[in-house]
Design a protein around this ligand. Sequence first.
Ligand SMILES: [Zn+2]
Length: 216
Amino acid sequence: MTLNIVLLGPPGVGKGTYAGLLSKKYSIPNISVGDLFRNAIKNETPLGKRIKSIVSSGELVPDDIVIELVKDRLNEPDCKNGFLLDGYPRTVPQAEAMMTFKKVDIALNFVAPDEEIMSRIGGRRTCSKCAAIYHVKNIPPKVEGVCDKCKGELIQRSDEKPDVIKNRLEVYRQKTKPVADYLRTKGLVADIDANYPIAEVDTIIAQVAKYLDKLV
Ligand SMILES: [Zn+2]
């Protein structure tokens, strides 16, 4: 039995947090395609060199390269009982390719209303000195606008401003809806209601466990 899991869901829905917890709970690696890109570039692998030249010319990394990178990673021994995959598939061809090289057991589709995501991302504040992350409502600093750890100034990152978040959500919807639809036609999608405060992460994990415990 395997737990080959694909993670879907918009930016700010909390995928990173859930993936970390699920990775521990089920002892499977948590794989982010963004990290695969960064590592390949850093280690100057043949694919990494190609990715670097594509990215530096401002182009999107084409499907065939992404597919090869992910395929190699998923064929490593630590993935033999399963994995959590974040950032792939992003296109229908990527999803189709995956069906040929790796069985997908389930795609967890984390769902939350735009207003909730806007408030989660829009409330984030980052320390300009030590990069610690706060949230005006959920993780407020002791003194407004000041980092608890180093007294640095807390700022709102430009990609976390409301207009930019709106745009990121729109782009996400346009790009990934066909992927979710495709996986849905294969009967692989489990919708997970992620519209809970951060403190109730357990509620979200419990929903996921209901699905995963049927697979193991
Ligand atoms: Zn700080």
